[in-house]
Design a protein around this ligand. Structure first.
Ligand code: COA
Length: 151
């Protein structure tokens, strides 16, 4: 566990040069394979015009990441900030960093008049549901229907 120093946590927009650090945090959490790859992030144009991702820095290093992207979905089509992933370095968890990342995203979207911010949370992940509820989110009326094709 590493405590955040007095200088605190700063949040900024992601840059393409953050990709390696973000992948390292992902591997720290999910093992050698990681959940995302360099290719995923480059293809998603991290730091590009539709990107809404933020990183958290503490003690001079990137320790957290929220990966979000502007999308146009639904009928009528609306502009939505869709979050793909949020991770905080295990050494820095439990110090409010994820909350700061989400709040930075919300502030940015509000300033840019992006009126909907959407998170996808597992139905059984009540801990994460409460986290988002504390930040002002509410459960929406949309249900995901998924069909997958196994190889
Ligand atoms: C979820 C996560 C981003 C929280 O980061 P954090 O900086 O520790 O979060 P904060 O300190 O701002 O807030 C703590 C809250 O996060 C939530 N949280 C923390 N760990 C969690 C976990 N393993 N599962 C679900 N929610 C969790 C809880 O609501 C917690 O509040 P609580 O302790 O009162 O229950 C971090 O635990 C993480 O990276 N987990 C692995 C990746 C993940 O599950 N991401 C979310 C889905 S994309």
């Amino acid at each position: 566990m590493a405590n955040v120093k007095k200088s605190g946590v700063s949040i900024r927009r992601v840059a393409r040069s953050d990709i390696d650090t973000v992948l390292a945090i992902d591997r720290k959490i999910s093992g050698e394979q990681g959940l995302v790859t360099y290719r995923d992030m480059v293809t998603a144009d991290l730091g590009g015009p539709l990107d809404l991702s933020f990183v958290a820095e503490a003690n001079g290093q990137v320790v957290g990441f929220i990966w979000c992207r502007l999308a146009y979905v639904g009928i009528p089509i609306i502009e939505v900030a869709l979050t793909h992933m949020m991770v905080v370095d295990p050494d820095y968890q439990g110090q409010g960093i994820a909350g700061k990342l989400v709040n930075a995203l919300l502030d940015y979207c509000q300033a840019e008049e992006i009126e909907t911010v959407r998170m996808v949370v597992g139905e059984r992940n009540t801990r994460l549901q409460h986290f988002f509820e504390r930040l002002g989110f509410h459960r929406s009326a949309l249900i995901n229907y998924t069909k997958t094709f196994e190889n």
